[in-house]
Design a protein around this ligand. Structure first.
Ligand code: FDA
Length: 499
């Protein structure tokens, strides 16, 4: 219902009534309010004077503070937005059209790594980079299969699945979650490993299974323009990448560059790879499976697993792994969309796609290979359903600069056109999408965070396919009042409660 709150004092009194220790609170009157609000806001798109601002921001120092925050927002009928790393592409962790508070978990970032039992407990406010760092500090042969981007927050990332360059070997981050700390209720543990953040409660910490990595891994990156045969290579990539050994992740990015020497625009296809093994073995695999790429020994770089993490996230060779901890959030203006491809796109169609990209050159595409472990995990194992039969995922990404902020609409139109254009080549009924590439174009709840089953199924079936029904069932049981909600949360439907 509508919030009865008018004074910050009422809410702050509730907090102190329900907590023995003081919880840091920032109201708009506080000089640090804007700094805290912006601190982990990954998208500058929402950093404007007209963007709705929270009634206050709470930054819990311990688990009990999170519980207190929930009690007091329930009491005062104000919506909670929970933020871990602030990377939500639609800003759902820090924006709302109704009065809201932010429970910001950035202080809860403890990571306990136990190399003997190969598990770790990580709090939601940690970043993936901090996990990699903590593991690498203790072991050269353990790692964790989560985001390529190392500033992504654990809380949202694990809630939506989460993938990086070990996806084909070990599945998603959520596949490797073995326990969590959240209000314990029936079915909840299943729902929180991929069912999207913000629908079921606040996950405070996660127990994860560490995975084996060899002391030496091998990376390469090669670029090909259209003149260098990119079209046939991309065609071949689609047939090969999902069938390669699970140890090999070969990701493909497509963008526009100036052709040399003429200065015409051309498509640049970048093939970048991470292999859990040495260069000699990798070369043998590439020679056998994808000789057309023309790799030679000079292309391979042997590094430690943690160095490969840094290289993939754009840090220069031999960077110190200290860059993974306590660094400022990189910020950008961007919009993302996603698709899943189940059938090889023929060369002649690829050429049409190139024409489309060349017309809207700020919108790039990344093809993320599936297969391997991803095909072995049943669709119903976790809410994340994109498994066997998927050749690759498409990430569409458009970036623009702060100087171009006036033209934001223009760039958003670009990516929508690109998505529309791709319709014939991607999955249908439903047209699948990745929950962690949040996209409100797929639909959203009404202003107060409610949606009918049929309305929510429009985006819910894209993100979760048939798992959507089970998510509605769990939600209806554990949160019948729809307290935890956002613009794309799972609805609570009375009839599901009675099953
Ligand atoms: P944020 O804090 O914004 O939360 C996202 C959603 O989860 C919100 O709805 C929020 O309320 C909810 N939530 C947050 N914490 C919660 C908690 N503790 N309990 C319950 N709900 C919670 N993905 C990927 O798989 N691989 C990748 O390599 C990348 N790379 C990447 C790069 C960049 C630059 C961006 C902006 C995004 C990605 N992503 C990605 C997508 C990323 O996985 C996705 O945005 C995650 O939801 C981000 O999690 P955060 O905690 O940072 O987001």
């Amino acid at each position: 219902g509508a919030s009865s709150l008018t004074h910050h004092g009422d809410f702050i009194k509730c907090l102190s009534d329900h907590s023995n220790t003081s919880i840091p609170v920032y109201t708009p009157q506080n000089s640090n309010y804007s700094f805290i609000l912006q601190s982990t806001m990954a998208s500058l798109k929402f950093n404007t004077s007209t963007t709705p601002k929270p009634f206050l921001i709470l930054t819990p120092l311990k688990e009990s503070h999170v519980q207190t925050a929930v009690i007091c927002s329930k009491k005062h009928g104000i919506q909670i937005k929970v933020r871990s790393g602030g990377h939500d592409f639609e800003g759902l962790s820090y924006i709302s059209d109704v009065p809201f508070i932010i429970v910001d978990l950035f202080n809860l970032k403890k990571i306990d790594v136990d190399v003997n039992s190969k598990v770790a407990w990580v709090q939601s406010g940690a970043t993936t980079g901090e996990i990699y760092y903590k593991i690498a500090k203790k072991s050269k042969t353990l790692g964790f299969p989560a985001a390529i981007c190392t500033t992504v927050g654990v809380g949202g990332h694990f809630s939506g699945g989460g993938y990086g360059f070990m996806l084909r070997k070990y599945g998603t981050a959520a596949d490797n979650v073995i326990d969590a700390r959240i209000v314990d209720a029936h079915g909840l543990f299943w729902a929180i490993r991929g069912g999207g953040g913000g629908s079921f409660g606040i996950v405070v910490s996660w127990k994860i299974k560490l995975v084996s990595v060899p002391p030496v891994v091998t990376v390469f990156s090669v670029e090909k323009t259209l003149a260098e045969g990119a079209t046939s290579l991309v065609h071949k990539w689609q047939q090969v990448a999902h069938e390669l050994p699970q140890e090999l992740f070969l990701i493909l990015s497509l963008g526009v560059v100036n052709a040399i020497p003429k200065g015409n625009k051309t498509i640049l296809a970048t093939f970048a790879s991470m292999f859990l093994g040495d260069a000699k073995k990798l070369h043998a695999v590439m020679q056998e499976r994808f000789p057309e790429l023309g790799l030679e020994n000079k292309h391979y770089i042997e590094v430690s697993w943690i160095q490969s993490v840094l290289l993939f996230d754009g840090f220069p060779m031999n960077s110190s792994m200290n860059v993974l901890v306590n660094r400022p959030q990189p910020k950008s203006l961007a919009k993302a969309k996603s698709d899943y491809v189940k059938q090889v796109i023929p060369q002649i169609e690829l050429e049409k796609i190139w024409e489309r990209i060349l017309k809207d050159e700020q919108t790039g595409m990344v093809f993320i290979p599936y297969g391997g472990k991803m095909s072995e995990i049943a669709e119903s194992e976790t809410p994340f359903p994109h498994r066997n039969g998927t050749l690759f995922k498409v990430l569409y990404l458009v970036y623009w600069t702060e100087e171009q902020v006036e033209s934001s609409k223009k760039y958003i139109k670009q990516i929508r056109r690109m998505y529309e254009f791709m319709t014939p080549y991607v999955s249908k009924s439903p047209r699948e999408a990745y929950a962690n590439y949040r996209d409100l174009d797929l639909g959203q709840t009404s202003k107060n965070g409610t949606a009918s089953y049929a309305q929510a199924k429009v985006w819910g079936s894209k993100y979760f396919k048939d798992n959507f029904d089970k998510l509605v069932y769990v939600k209806s049981k554990v949160d019948p009042d729809n307290f935890f909600r956002n613009e794309q949360s799972i609805p609570s439907i009375p009839i599901f409660r009675d099953y």
